[in-house]
Design a binder for this molecule. Structure first.
Ligand SMILES: [Cu+2]
Length: 158
C-alpha cells in the first residue's frame, strides 16, 4: 500500500497540466508551499518522528554534522547550553526541508518556511520538519563572530 494518498497524485497532475503554473514558477515556489509537499506533510505520522538533539555551545554545534532521510519526519531539538545566546541560520538548509512548526515551552509557531532560529542561553526549541530535497546544506550562527570561531555545521539529506 503506497503511503501517499491519491490526492497527492491528483495534485501532481494538476501541477503538471495547469496553464497558470509554468515550470519556472514551480522551481521558484518555496518548498513548503508546493501542493505535493503539503500532501506529503498531511500523510506524515508524527508519532514516528525521530528526535534529533542538536546542542548549541560556545561556539559550536554538537554534533556538527547530521544525516537525514528524505520524506521522513524529524523533530530537531535545539538546546542552547552555552553562556550566551546563539542561533541557527539555515543558509541553504531550510530550502531543502518542509517545516511543520517550531515550538518550545512558550508556545509554537506553525509555518511552512523558516529562515533562522534564535535561542537564548538555557533555552531550547524544536523544529518539526520533513527533508524534501537531497543535498548537502550548511548552517551557522550569525551572532557576533561566532561563525568565525567555528560555529557552523552541515546537514546531508539523502
Ligand atoms: Cu552563536
Amino acid at each position: 500500500m503506497p503511503r501517499l494518498p491519491r490526492s497527492l497524485a491528483l495534485a501532481g497532475l494538476l501541477a503538471l497540466t495547469s496553464p497558470l503554473l509554468q515550470a519556472e514558477d514551480r522551481l521558484r515556489a518555496p518548498v513548503g508551499l508546493e501542493a505535493g509537499v503539503a500532501a506529503i506533510m498531511d500523510a506524515i505520522d508524527w508519532n514516528t518522528a525521530e528526535v534529533i538533539e542538536l546542542t548549541l555551545g560556545d561556539h559550536s554545534y554538537d554534533p556538527p554534522d547530521l544525516v537525514l532521510e528524505r520524506n521522513q519526519p524529524y523533530i530537531l531539538r535545539l538546546r542552547n547550553e552555552g553562556r550566551v545566546s546563539h542561533d541557527m541560520v539555515g543558509g541553504s538548509f531550510f530550502s531543502g526541508v518542509a517545516i511543520k512548526m517550531a515550538q518550545n515551552a512558550a508556545g509554537r509557531v506553525i509555518t511552512p518556511v523558516l529562515k533562522s532560529v534564535y535561542i537564548k542561553r538555557g533555552q531550547q526549541m524544536e523544529m518539526w520538519l520533513v527533508p524534501i530535497r537531497a543535498g548537502t546544506y550548511s548552517f551557522f550562527c550569525s551572532i557576533d563572530d561566532h561563525r568565525a570561531l567555528g560555529m557552523e555545521g552541515e546537514i546531508t539529506i539523502r
